[in-house]
Design a binder for this molecule. Sequence first.
Ligand SMILES: *[C@@H]1O[C@H](CO)[C@@H](O)[C@H](O)[C@H]1NC(C)=O
Ligand SMILES: *[C@@H]1O[C@H](CO)[C@@H](O)[C@H](O)[C@H]1NC(C)=O
Ligand SMILES: *[C@@H]1O[C@H](CO)[C@@H](O)[C@H](O)[C@H]1NC(C)=O
Length: 307
Amino acid sequence: MDGGFLLVLLFSLTAEIACGEQKIELWREWELWKMEHGKSYESQKEELERHLVWLSNREYINAHNKNAESFGFALSVNQFADRQDGEFAEQYLSQRTSEPSSHQVLTDELLVSLGWSKDDNPEYVDWRQEGIVTPVKDQGQCGAGSYAFSAVGAIESTTAIATGQLRNLSAQNIIDCSTSFGNRGCQSGSVSGALKYTVSTGGIDTEEAYPYVARRAYCSFKSESIGASISGVISLRNGSESDLRMAVAYKLNHSMLVVGYGTYNSVDYWIVKNSWGTNWGMKGYIYMSRNRYNQCGIATAALYPVI
Ligand SMILES: *[C@@H]1O[C@H](CO)[C@@H](O)[C@H](O)[C@H]1NC(C)=O
Ligand SMILES: *[C@@H]1O[C@H](CO)[C@@H](O)[C@H](O)[C@H]1NC(C)=O
Ligand SMILES: *[C@@H]1O[C@H](CO)[C@@H](O)[C@H](O)[C@H]1NC(C)=O
């Protein structure tokens, strides 16, 4: 933003703030929002720019929510409200690494050997209620780290279903050590690479043994600290929501973990765990449309780790 323009904006903003009770209220809301999300800015200029982005996002959200019913979902102001769309994508979405799908693809025969069936799936599943989903994590500054959290979440939950034992596993282990599988720490990566890495090393360390530091560090994997292992990875049939209904998945260039599904007021939804902390979405989760032509690509390139 050019200095002159900024001055004018600053002037009109200040004038407006001085003018109306409502503007003072908005400024108060901004201060509260900053406090809630631990925001601080390097200069007044940066704060003003961020405030303007926040105002415009807030306006967009309010306008959307007036018609929330027709969209099928409502929005709310979260910790990313001072970011512009493009900027957000750059910081938090990873470039999708082109990965030759070298995983075994789900077939009807494989379904039988896995003991999965399309016909007897319950109407409603929420694994959080069964105690097999660890708390929502916050990947923090490690922008593209979602691939590591999704992979870890999938291994945690499939292991817990198989063994009854739920443990936090180390996303840091994957961020630091899976580079020979095409991953680049906090820059970019794929769930596929993370899962292949886990198969190759014979497991992944516990979070306790290998804690999260939100940046790429030296690989310090120790086989004696392994908390879970997987023997392979199955690639679900591309775009098949009925396959996904039986499995755990990742989604395009931001990876998330599907932990359940159901139907509310005749609307089918997926329950999806993210890694942007519990302030984001609904306590860290998002509910996404199900059986709406694979909306948002939820069943595209979905993977399932095999214990
Ligand atoms: C994410 O993926 C979408 C669809 O494949 C693509 O249009 C978009 O440019 C990607 N974004 C980033 C930041 O890689
Ligand atoms: C996992 O870590 C969280 C803190 O992030 C902790 O509250 C929880 O008890 C740990 N264990 C399990 C099994 O979720
Ligand atoms: C999966 O489906 C999407 C959307 O239809 C398509 O763009 C993509 O190329 C497919 N991927 C594979 C590996 O077939």
